[in-house]
Design a protein around this ligand. Sequence first.
Ligand code: UDP
Ligand code: MG
Length: 203
Amino acid sequence: MCINTALYRRMPRTLTCISHYLNTDFFVFCSKMANFESKSKKKGTFPGSNMEQTLVILKPSTIRRFLVGDVLTRFQHKGLIISGIKMMQLDETILREHYAHLVDRPFFPDLVESMTATPVIVVCLKGKDAVAVVRAMTGSTNSRNAAPGTIRGDFGMSGQENIVHASDSPENAAVEIKRFFHPDEIFDYLPCALRLLYAPDEL
Ligand code: UDP
Ligand code: MG
């Protein structure tokens, strides 16, 4: 339950009236959220239950170029929910697993060197169709070919130093989230702005 809704429901009647007169926006917001949640419950769903999760890695070059805030801001402005986030140092073992499809390619040693140069920031993002949405925001692998407006297109010039990793399918996203996060590092909360991000029939 949204924390503001929870607070509102627990407010004694007098306080509720005061809130109504002092802060109409808060009153309207709480009523709408309560209505939204009860509609979803009647449908047998709960807001957010049909959302996807996807994995993003902010690569060492992104950390070293001080682009962390710019990249995270893109995802937040889009309306993606950060379900998990942490800094970690990768090593060759985890990269051989994560980039198993590339271990035989000649550039793999350079890729390992690049991905272990500093810690990375791993992020689990949640939203409806999150995997496809985040891939589209990321852009083509080679930043020089990535469309302007995408993260790689706007922040990079390289095929290898291409700012972020993003899961390419819901199946791979599930495997990758387990690879980089313990279950207790993923948080199942919803933002109070949910009703401003989606219509009721989209959740
Ligand atoms: N990569 C590279 N040279 C290539 C192809 C890929 O250095 O010719 C690196 C690049 O950093 C890329 C990563 O390997 O992000 C994983 O490659 P993939 O084909 O999975 O691309 P992505 O899913 O990241 O777009
Ligand atoms: Mg890939």
